[in-house]
Design a protein. Structure first.
Length: 477
C-alpha cells in the first residue's frame, strides 16, 4: 500500500493572501524603529508570522458560508441557538454563555467564584487566567507534575496535574478552594497534553472534597488527539468521542475560541450549575452584552459553531500534530535545543541552550527572536525573562523560570513549504549563534512590559550581517 511520507494539508487553497516579501535591509530598518521589539513591528514586514496561534486561523468555506446566515437580532437570534446546540452537544453542559474572547469568560467566572481568601489550583494557569484570578483577590496555584517543569524531560503527558499535591492541598484548605482548573492542552507549559486518566483522577479527588472541576479548553481537540495517540486503550476512539468524555468529567468549561474553534474572535463559558450560570449571565450583561450574543456578532457565532465541529476531523488533527512535530524533529536533528517533546500548537526553542554565552539576565530569547525576524522574516514570541522576569531596584534583571522562543503555528494558514522555510531560517541563525549577543531593556511600562518595551544591545550590533559561520563540530545537547 502507498504510504506517503509527505505530510499533505487536508485542504486546498481557494482564496489567496499575498505574503509580504521584504529585503533584509527593510527588516533591519523596521527592527531598529521597533527598538528590537517584535510586537512593535508591522505585520506587513513579516513573511511568516508565528507570533501566536490565537485568532490567526484560516476559516473554511463552510465557516464563510455560515457567516452569511448570521442572524444579527439583538435578542434570541437563531445563530445563538445553533451555537448553543453545538457547544451543549460537545460539552454536555446546558448553560452556554458566549463571550468576545477567553479572558472575558475568565473575568466573569472569577468575579463570581474568586475573591479574597480563595485559592484556585490548576495544572498551569494561562497568563490571562492567572491575571483574572489574582484581579479578583484570589491566589492562583500551579500544580503541574514535576516532569512538566523541566524543558528537557520527556513524558507523554507533561500537562498532567499532580494529583497527590492536589489531594494534600485540599486536605488542608478545601474550604477555600472554589474550583479546580485543568488547562487542555497546557499552553503555558509548552502546549503539552493532559491524559484522560489524569483527568479522571482529578475528578475523583474533586468528588471526594465536593469541589467542581473546570476545563480551560482552548485546545481541547489537540488534547484529544494526543490522548488517542499516546494513551493506552484510546487508540481506536474518535477525537470527538474522547473530547466528549473529557468534558463530561467537568462541571464547567471556558474556551478561547480563537484557538481550536478556528475563530478570529470569540469564546464561551459553559456550565451545569443553574445558580452560577445566572450570576455569570448578570455580569455578562454588564460588560459583554445580552446573553444570546455576549459581545459577538451573530455571524461570529455561526462561524464558531462550524469550526467547533470541523476541528475534530481526524484528517485535520493528524495533519496538525504531524506538521508541528515535523518542524520539531527537523530542528532537533540539527541540534537546536528544544522544549521536549513537541507540543500541539507550537515548537519552543530553549534560548538558554541556544545562546549559552548569553546569561538569562541579558535576554537570550529576545536576541534569538530578533535575529530570526531579521534574517528570515519569521516572527516568533519570547516567553522568558522579558515576559516573566522583573527589573530589580538596582537595575538588574531577575530571570524568568525558562527562556523560550515560541514558534506558534496558525491553523490551516501555512503550508509544508512555509514550514521548511522556517526550519531553514532557524537553522541558519543557530549556525551563526556565536555572533549573537545579549540585550537590555531600555524603557519599560509598569505592567505587561513585553508588549511595549524597547531593547538595546550590550556591546554588539544586532543589525550587522552575520559572517559566514566557522565549521565547527556540532555541540551535543
Ligand atoms: C488564549 C487562552 C486564553 C485567553 O483567551 P483569549 O481569547 O486570548 O482572551 C485562556 N486560556 C488559554 C489556555 C488560552 O490559550
Amino acid at each position: 500500500m502507498f504510504q506517503p511520507k509527505t505530510i499533505i494539508e487536508p485542504f486546498r487553497v481557494k482564496v489567496v493572501e499575498p505574503l509580504p516579501v521584504r529585503t533584509r535591509a527593510q527588516r533591519a530598518e523596521a527592527l531598529a524603529a521597533a527598538q528590537l521589539n517584535l510586537f512593535s513591528v508591522r505585520a506587513c514586514e513579516v513573511t511568516v508570522d508565528l507570533m501566536t496561534d490565537s485568532g490567526t486561523s484560516a476559516m473554511s468555506q463552510e465557516q464563510w458560508a455560515a457567516i452569511f446566515r448570521g442572524d444579527e437580532s439583538y435578542a434570541g437570534a437563531s445563530s445563538f441557538f445553533r451555537f448553543r446546540e453545538v457547544v451543549s452537544q460537545l460539552t454536555g453542559m446546558h448553560h452556554v454563555i458566549p463571550v468576545h474572547q477567553g479572558r472575558a469568560a475568565e473575568r466573569i467566572l472569577f468575579s463570581v467564584v474568586g475573591g479574597e481568601g480563595k485559592t484556585i489550583p490548576a495544572n498551569t494557569h494561562f497568563d490571562t487566567t492567572r491575571a483574572n484570578v489574582e484581579a479578583s483577590g484570589a491566589v492562583a496555584v500551579d500544580l503541574v507534575i514535576e516532569e512538566g517543569r523541566s524543558p528537557s524531560t520527556e513524558h507523554p503527558f507533561k500537562g498532567n496535574l499532580d494529583v497527590p499535591a492536589l489531594q494534600k492541598m485540599l486536605e488542608q484548605h478545601a474550604g477555600s478552594v472554589p474550583m479546580v482548573v485543568v488547562t487542555i492542552t497546557n499552553n503555558s507549559g509548552g502546549g503539552q497534553p493532559v491524559s484522560l486518566d489524569n483527568m479522571r483522577q482529578v475528578r475523583a479527588v474533586c468528588d471526594r472534597f465536593q469541589i467542581p472541576l473546570f476545563l480551560d479548553c482552548a485546545r481541547f481537540a489537540e488534547n484529544a488527539w494526543f490522548i488517542r495517540e499516546r494513551e493506552p486503550g484510546q487508540e481506536s476512539r474518535s477525537p470527538k468521542d474522547i473530547a466528549e468524555e473529557m468534558f463530561r468529567l467537568a462541571d464547567g468549561t471556558w474556551m478561547s475560541a480563537k484557538k481550536d474553534a478556528f475563530g478570529n474572535i470569540g469564546g464561551f463559558l459553559a456550565l451545569k450549575d443553574d445558580a452560577l450560570a445566572e450570576q455569570c449571565r448578570n455580569l455578562l450583561i454588564l460588560t459583554e452584552g445580552f446573553p444570546t450574543y455576549g459581545g459577538l456578532a451573530g455571524r461570529d457565532l455561526e462561524a464558531l459553531a462550524v469550526g467547533l465541529q470541523e476541528v475534530l476531523a481526524e484528517d485535520y488533527l493528524e495533519y496538525r500534530i504531524r506538521s508541528t512535530r515535523y518542524v520539531w524533529r527537523r530542528l532537533d536533528e540539527a541540534g537546536v535545543p528544544l522544549l521536549r517533546p513537541a507540543g500541539g500548537h507550537a515548537v519552543y526553542l530553549d534560548a538558554r541552550g541556544f545562546l549559552p554565552h548569553v546569561p538569562p539576565s541579558e535576554l537570550p530569547g529576545q536576541s534569538v527572536s530578533a535575529s530570526l525576524f531579521l534574517e528570515g522574516g519569521v516572527r516568533t514570541c519570547e516567553i522568558g525573562t522579558v515576559m516573566f522576569g522583573r527589573t530589580q531596584d538596582d537595575g538588574s534583571q531577575s530571570p524568568g523560570p525558562m527562556d523560550l522562543v515560541r514558534l506558534a503555528i496558525p491553523r490551516r494558514v501555512y503550508t509544508q513549504s512555509h514550514m521548511d522555510y522556517v526550519i531553514e531560517a532557524v537553522r541558519y541563525v543557530f549556525e551563526h549563534r556565536n555572533q549573537l549577543g545579549g540585550l537590555r531593556i531600555k524603557n519599560e511600562p509598569p505592567t505587561l512590559r513585553h508588549f511595549t518595551c524597547g531593547f538595546e544591545p550590550i556591546g554588539w550590533d544586532p543589525l550587522a550581517p552575520l559572517a559566514a559561520a566557522a565549521r565547527k563540530p556540532r555541540a551535543a545537547y
